[in-house]
Design a protein around this ligand. Structure first.
Ligand code: ZN
Ligand code: ZN
Length: 310
């Protein structure tokens, strides 16, 4: 990896996840279903492909369908299909900060594609809007809620019973930690620490000691992640008070905000049982943020069924 010229794809992968997982998901979104198809369409080893497919199935993102009698087919579950808007966020980031020539990009041709809204028939660039005030969502006008909000069937349970229930649940999955939803998606898809550091930076974390406290990460591991994110052009270190350094998001880093939001949204929706959902407030209207992609041409809310890459 080489300073500011480190490829945008490396940035995306470093932050969003594992390259092979993303390639597999991209192929499945395009209609490929079989082990052999994946093997042919990108140069992946059998060991890696088997490993990633197994993980995606065990995380409930893909379904291994053997009902046809022939080769098993891998299909997106509802949980997997709901990743479509994260892919929109990744695609936009690639357009603005990626390079189409980059051979190592997670989706080399994706930035060259056009996105069409079938509702109005126009090619467009989607915009992320708050569903309450319809204002554009920016990282500077949102605030993560520090207190946990229970948005699950538990909320119907009396509070003492609910908290007991929660303790039991948190203890249950072996090896699980009380990570935030946005971290959990990336553990599934790839490198969760880079993502966690970026998410913390969006919450206003600046200093080494704050990152350590916020993320409960060891100093060596944090140090690695901070230098990697600087090499990738996502974070910038500045000297602060002579001795201490503070780490701030660069423009490319700030542009990752919709990805972070999408990861939070997806995690809140599908992984709420693994911990508390993270709530984000939209400050201009003072409502809990429900951010959706709108068509850049006709302004309607986009649905998975009404967007088409062409
Ligand atoms: Zn709003
Ligand atoms: Zn439209």
């Amino acid at each position: 990896m080489s300073g500011p010229s480190a490829s945008a794809a490396q940035r995306t992968i470093a932050v969003v996840g594992d390259a092979w997982t993303l390639r597999i998901l991209r192929s499945v979104f395009r209609g490929q279903r079989r082990y052999g198809d994946f093997l042919q369409s990108f140069g992946v080893s059998r060991a890696v492909l088997t490993d990633r497919l197994t993980k995606l199935v065990s995380h409930g993102v893909l379904l291994r369908d053997v009902s046809g009698g022939g080769h098993p087919e891998y299909r997106l579950t509802e949980r997997g299909l709901d990743l479509w808007s994260l892919f929109i966020a990744m695609w936009l980031w690639q357009i603005d900060w990626g390079t189409a020539q980059d051979p190592d990009t997670w989706a080399p041709d994706v930035p060259r594609l056009q996105l069409t809204h079938t509702g109005c028939g126009q090619t467009m660039r989607p915009a992320l809007r708050c569903q309450h005030c319809l204002g554009l969502v920016t990282p500077f006008e949102t605030q993560a809620e520090p207190r946990p909000v229970v948005a699950s069937p538990e909320s119907a349970v009396p509070s003492t019973a609910a908290s007991k229930f929660r303790r039991v649940r948190q203890a249950a999955p072996a090896g699980a930690d009380p990570a935030r939803p946005s971290q959990r998606l990336v553990r599934m898809v790839g490198d969760r620490w880079n993502n966690a550091v970026v998410a913390a930076a969006f919450r206003g974390t600046r200093l080494f000691s704050q990152f350590q406290e916020d993320l409960r990460i060891g100093p060596a591991q944090l140090s690695d992640r901070l230098s990697e994110l600087q090499q990738l052009g996502i974070l910038q270190a500045r000297s602060y008070g002579g001795i201490r350094q503070e780490y701030r998001l660069t423009k490319a880093g700030i542009a990752l905000y919709p990805l972070t939001l999408e990861m939070v949204r997806w995690g809140n929706r599908w992984l709420w049982h693994e911990g508390h959902p993270l709530t984000i407030r939209h400050q201009p209207c003072d409502h809990i943020l429900d951010a959706r992609w709108h068509c850049g041409a006709c302004d309607q809310v986009l649905l998975r069924e009404t967007v088409r890459f062409s």
